[in-house]
Design a protein around this ligand. Structure first.
Ligand code: FAD
Ligand code: UDP
Length: 394
């Protein structure tokens, strides 16, 4: 399979040769799905501009050159969805292995399973509760939210799992992750995690789950392989926009405020830093993700990538392993944006930017940066498919 790189110096020349080209800024899963639909279904010539040296955005993975272990370059990415439509679409470009995500959490030197399940409850409280015992057991702390909607993440978590489990597994992790008190964060963040009264310790409820069998890098190469798609790497939109006429149809998947030169102020984000290590051991932590609940451990989680591909037996059993520690970080303009800070101020600011961008004829906003949304990959795929149907399908 050929990777569709094109030469940056030929960009302007190629562009002028095409009839009704579309520019897609960003080659993450949103931009790549858009490009695929535009070229394969719409028959359009697509110019994908990507400022990084590889396509795939934050979902990218590739084999580590030293060990051959498939590493997710921006932290663990597990494809999971409830949507048959999304699963059917993405499965045209990759086979998935049978991996189902499980997460362990270390707290005060002991290991438990996350999210909160009967297993976590029984190990934490040293009990042998049955499923029917859980609600009465947690009832006392949920009591105060009987007549009142929990107003923030702290209250929501306490209403779901009670004060003790909240303090043990959520409060310190959350405050480390977001750099602010849990009582100042929106309740929705915590509803990403299920709470179970049985021994199912899967991280996600979604029926469709897996890791692309030959990695995300190959999945993206297949999404982008149509010859009508030209991918320009190491190409920041702002360095080349003069090559395109104002009127060209453009799908923007970068941050909305950047496109308008931050004229109303900066949208705020939480950032991350990754530290990589290769160890001369077959298995560092025995699982793909170990969370760290304690506030005095500076990372939130350690990823060990070989666990995502137990089917790659030779590599799985080899005497080396690659791990990555994930550190939450304050964000300032110019840093990599990872998580939107979805508070009132930012929501209002975002509306201003989005309103103005989508007023421009032929301009479309999308992706987790452009939409300023905490989306998993399946939501990004679904939104790209929807935008294509709505705005481009003939
Ligand atoms: P991105 O992947 O961010 O792609 C945007 C692209 O636009 C980038 O490549 C960027 O370089 C490019 N770009 C921006 N500005 C410009 C410019 N001016 N010029 C040219 N290019 C530009 N989702 C899951 O489903 N499962 C998971 O397990 C999971 N784990 C995650 C773990 C972490 C630590 C994080 C942060 C996210 C995780 N996600 C996960 C979410 C997932 O990363 C996103 O859903 C996905 O990346 C969204 O794709 P996107 O195309 O919208 O954005
Ligand atoms: N969370 C927590 N403890 C954990 C895992 C998650 O308190 O062990 C909280 C935290 O606030 C986090 C949110 O739940 O931001 C959502 O977790 P998820 O794993 O979905 O976050 P992501 O993978 O997107 O970083």
């Amino acid at each position: 399979m050929e990777t569709p790189f094109s030469d940056f110096s030929r960009l302007g020349e190629e562009f002028r040769r095409c009839r009704k080209p579309v520019v897609v800024v960003g080659s993450g899963i949103f931009g790549s799905v858009m490009a695929e639909r535009l070229a394969s279904d719409g028959g359009r010539d697509v110019f994908v501009l990507e400022k990084r040296s590889q396509f795939g955005g934050n979902s990218y993975s590739a084999p580590d050159p030293e060990t051959g272990i498939e590493t997710h370059r921006y932290g663990s990415h597990i494809f999971h969805t409830k949507s048959q439509r999304v699963w059917d679409y993405i499965s045209r470009f990759t086979k998935f292995n049978t991996y189902r995500h499980k997460v362990m959490i270390t707290r005060r030197g002991r290991v438990y399973a996350m999210p909160i399940s009967l297993f976590t409850i029984n190990t934490f409280f040293e009990k042998n509760l049955k499923p029917a015992d859980v609600a009465p057991f947690l009832a006392a702390s949920a009591e105060k939210f009987r007549d009142r909607v929990p107003a923030n993440l702290e209250e929501k978590a306490i209403s779901l799992i009670g004060e003790d489990l909240y303090r043990a597994f959520i409060k310190e992790y959350t405050e480390k992750q977001w750099g602010r008190p849990a009582a100042e964060l929106p309740a929705e963040i915590i509803t990403r995690l299920p709470v179970r009264r049985n021994y199912n310790i899967d991280y996600f409820n979604d029926p469709f789950q897996g890791i692309p069998i030959d990695g995300y890098g190959k999945l993206f190469a297949r999404l982008l392989e149509n010859p009508k798609i030209r991918v320009f790497l190491n190409t920041d939109y702002f360095d080349v926009r003069g090559l395109f006429p104002e009127s060209v149809e453009t799908v923007w998947t970068g941050p909305a405020d950047r496109l308008l030169d931050y004229k109303y102020g900066y949208l705020e984000w939480r950032s991350l830093r990754f530290e990589w290590e290769t160890h001369n051991t077959a298995d560092f932590q025995g699982t793909s993700v170990m969370n760290y609940a304690d506030h005095d451990v500076p990372w939130t989680r350690i990823h060990e990538f070989k666990h995502y591909h137990p089917e790659r037996e030779e590599i799985f059993e080899s005497a080396k392993t690659v791990i990555c520690k994930e550190f939450p970080a304050a964000w300032k303009p110019g840093d990599e944006p990872y998580y939107p800070i979805n508070n009132e101020r930012n929501r209002e600011l975002y509306k201003k930017y989005a309103g103005e961008i989508t007023q421009r004829p032929g301009w479309h906003l999308g992706g987790r940066l452009g939409a300023y949304q905490y989306w998993d990959m399946d939501r990004a795929v679904e939104n790209a498919l929807d935008l294509y149907e709505r705005a481009f399908r003939r």
